[in-house]
Write a protein that binds this ligand. Structure first.
Ligand code: CDP
Ligand code: CDP
Length: 219
């Protein structure tokens, strides 16, 4: 069985993973796995079923039966278009709460591995290089200063026509960073074999070009 190449892009919230990963995938004609969306979908599915985000066993049950589909960057849960629902800050918070449970992470493991199809995959998240695809051809740790990430998230929300407070976003991001790095199950780590890409003073194109060049060298 052919193991198609994987580019793993892990890093903290709002470092630019999604934007960068999508373009790298486009450049090589690879599939794209937005693993954060799976945790967001689960948080949303639990919310609609009145299941609490700390109820690990019920969450794992939902994860095992929920039907997810991505089409042109849009997310569907049990046939319903839910992109707008799962992109909210509330579901971002919910995602980071459901993601701490080992039962939940196990329930979503195979779903993620199934995205590895011809001719290759770019996956972004927190544990793509450490747990989901430890044999990735290229591992990237994408990061940026927390104040820069807060400003980007703020601009993103304002551009969407939502109201936002920079201070609240900054505090939320710091909490999210702590939860993602301190949890015992698949914490966010900078792997020794990962290439560090710090986008604090880098635009998306520069980050994308660096990753494309690094992947070409692995071939
Ligand atoms: O866009 P942002 O980085 O804020 O979030 P996301 O990538 O959509 O992920 C939402 C939450 O899911 C994160 O805060 C993580 O706690 C969790 N997550 C995870 O634990 N493992 C992954 N591979 C991806 C996301
Ligand atoms: O997926 P993740 O949460 O890591 O980040 P994202 O949603 O891809 O990026 C968050 C925001 O930062 C987006 O609006 C990007 O356009 C912006 N961004 C940027 O301005 N400069 C970068 N080098 C990377 C991202």
């Amino acid at each position: 069985q052919t193991l198609w190449p994987v580019i793993a892009i892990d890093g903290p919230s709002a470092s630019g993973k999604g934007s960068v990963a999508e373009r790298v995938a486009q450049a090589f004609g690879f599939h794209y796995l937005d693993s954060g969306a799976l945790y967001r979908l689960l948080a949303y599915a639990a919310h609609t079923r009145s299941v609490a985000w700390n109820d690990a066993s019920k969450l794992a049950q939902i994860a095992a039966v929920m039907e997810i589909r991505f089409e042109n960057g849009e997310a569907f849960l049990d046939g319903e278009h839910v992109s707008a629902h799962i992109r909210s800050e509330q579901m971002g918070k919910g995602a980071s709460e459901v993601a701490v449970h080992p039962e939940v992470r196990t329930a979503l493991l195979q779903t993620q591995r199934n995205f590895r199809q011809a001719p290759g995959l770019v996956g972004d998240g927190r544990d793509i290089g450490s747990v989901i695809f430890p044999d990735a051809a290229l591992k990237v740790f994408l990061t940026a200063a927390v104040e820069t990430r807060a400003q980007r998230r703020y601009d993103q929300l304002i551009n969407r026509g939502e109201t936002a407070s920079y201070e609240t976003i900054l505090q939320d991001l710091k909490q999210r960073d702590l939860r993602d790095t301190q949890r015992s199950s698949a914490p966010l780590v900078q792997l020794p074999d990962a290439m560090l890409v710090d986008t604090t003073k880098m635009n998306i194109t520069q980050a994308v070009d660096m990753i494309i060049a690094a992947f070409k060298k692995t071939a």
